[in-house]
Design a protein around this ligand. Structure first.
Ligand code: ADP
Ligand code: MG
Length: 486
């Protein structure tokens, strides 16, 4: 444990004094803004400032006690590097908590304004592409691929059929009809098939549309009296993919147009791929249309089993380039059983927790998330599953946390010194040991160099009284206890 506030020999005068504290701090902010995620940057650097410079030490002010440990452990070296680039005379960074920095724009820079979010430029909000001859397709999501679709018993046939279609569009499996409940991967498979075909035949005209969009186009064409043009256009398509055709129910005119388009493409050996939430016979569509669908390949997509759910989670986590404990993934896979979208939703929340709060999600945290999302109404599928019991912090950990927090060494705390800077942390550590770990006064006394138990008792009493009068101290102790998960 390196004592934070160790005094170091003052370095010879700084030749770089022209840099103001603000300059130095802006250099640090600029560096971190690029090196860590935006959520981390905002979490840890909002309302921070360089407060002073003395004897080669730069004093950095943080608005909250909880930021202290984090900065010391994660950012101190890089902070020092950044300031040394401007002022090599600085050889140490020391931190102090200063509540007055919070939202005080005269004392700490407004990082939200100074470092605005570097949004990736959107393609002008487009969700559609115009292909040749005014043919419109929704943009295929490139992250949907056949390779990253996890295959299990519930979707094996559908996946294989998509692969076959991608290999030979307009071949044996035409039309291809996929059906299944919501959130089970139909759209993923449809778009992945489109993506694969385009990769192999970049000049192919692949149109992906939903039945809603198709309907709108028909309605527009009718309104503009451009039905002929509409039909001609669609005849130029090589692959037509229509998602969620169940929504064509009760739209006779659109169904009729679709019927003609379908026939024309089919006769030309162009590939048609369709999805719906139920099999053709159960769709509320014209018989002549559903009997066309039944001519081709029909495959259902059903809910994934436990192994597949776990495999999907592992695949997605790999995608996010993050690490999650296997027990956490297993817990999610066991409890999120409805569909893959739910599975992903919970995973996203875990990712957010990880990014925003800098906490590795625990099974307990996930259980809380699921509780909030009200997803825990269902019984877990594996009844024997139990949450691992929480490990309680040890007194050694308490000492170390207090030491970091108040920038005094553990040895000093255990020693004899009665200067206030050391006495207070010592007494706080004793209090946490008593109140939160349930240690006896005698035992605490032993740890602190065989002090008499009445000394410990008086110290704890003193802190307990002080906590009632001093909200700042209360906050600090709370923060410490929170950090220790007590
Ligand atoms: P549907 O269209 O059937 O409602 P989606 O295709 O939109 O479902 O799937 C919902 C989400 O779940 C998507 O993000 C998709 O990538 C993902 N997903 C579904 N099944 C799988 C799978 N087997 N492997 C990987 N991701 C999947
Ligand atoms: Mg869908």
């Amino acid at each position: 444990m390196i004592p934070v506030a160790t005094l170091i020999a003052p370095t010879t005068i700084a030749p770089h004094e022209q840099y103001s504290l603000q300059d130095l701090w802006m250099a640090v902010l600029g560096k971190f803004a690029q090196q860590i995620t935006r959520s981390q940057f905002i979490t840890w650097f909002r309302d921070t400032a360089a407060l002073g410079k003395e004897d080669g030490k730069l004093v950095v002010g943080l608005p909250l006690p909880m930021a202290l440990t984090w900065h010391m452990e994660h950012y101190r070296d890089q902070t020092l590097q950044a300031v040394q680039e401007l002022d090599p005379g600085i050889t140490q960074i020391v931190y102090t908590v200063d509540n007055g920095l919070k939202d005080n724009r005269e004392r700490s820079p407004d990082i939200l304004e100074l470092f605005p979010e570097n949004r990736k430029r959107k393609i002008a909000g487009r969700s559609e592409v115009r292909l040749a001859e005014g043919i419109v397709s929704k943009i295929l999501n490139p992250s949907y691929t056949l390779e990253n679709f996890v295959v299990g018993s519930g979707n094996r046939l559908a996946h294989a059929a998509c692969q076959a279609v991608a290999r030979e569009p307009g071949g044996k499996y035409n039309p291809l009809f996929l059906y299944g409940g919501v959130g089970l991967g139909k759209t993923h498979l449809l778009q992945a098939t489109g993506n694969t075909i385009l990769r192999q035949i970049p000049r192919a005209t692949v149109v992906y549309t939903t039945s809603e969009d198709f309907t709108n186009q028909v309605v527009e064409a009718i309104g503009q009296k451009k039905m002929e043009q509409f039909r001609r256009r669609y005849r130029l398509v090589d692959v037509l993919i229509i998602d969620d055709v169940q929504f064509l129910a009760n739209r006779e005119r659109t169904q009729e147009e679709f019927f003609h388009t379908f026939n024309a493409l089919y006769e030309d050996h162009k590939q048609v791929i369709i999805s719906a939430d139920r099999p053709p016979a159960e769709l509320d569509l014209e018989d002549r249309l559903t009997s066309r669908f039944e001519r081709g390949m029909i495959a259902d997509v059903s809910a994934p089993d436990y192994e597949t759910r776990l495999a999907i989670l592992i695949e997605k986590v790999r995608n996010y380039e993050m690490f999650l404990d296997m027990t956490v993934l297993q817990f999610i896979a066991e409890h999120a059983t409805r569909n893959v979208r739910e599975l992903e939703g919970i995973l996203m929340q875990a990712v957010a927790l990880y990014e925003l709060e800098q906490r590795m999600p625990t099974v307990r945290a996930i259980a809380e998330i699921m509780h909030k999302l009200n997803k825990d109404a269902q019984e877990p599928q594996t009844p024997g599953f139990e949450e691992p019991t929480k490990r309680r912090a040890t007194f050694q950990e308490v000492l170390e946390a207090v030491s970091r927090y108040y920038s005094v060494s553990v040895n000093d705390m255990l020693g004899e010194s009665r200067v206030r800077e050391i006495l207070l942390p010592r007494q706080i550590a004793m209090t946490i040991g008593k109140r939160k770990l349930g240690m006896s006064y005698v035992r605490i006394g032993e740890v602190f160099g065989n002090r008499d138990h009445t000394t410990v008792m008086n110290a704890v009493k003193k802190i307990e009284v002080a906590l009632q009068a001093d909200p700042q101290m209360l906050r600090e102790v709370r923060a410490l206890e929170q950090e220790l998960d007590l």
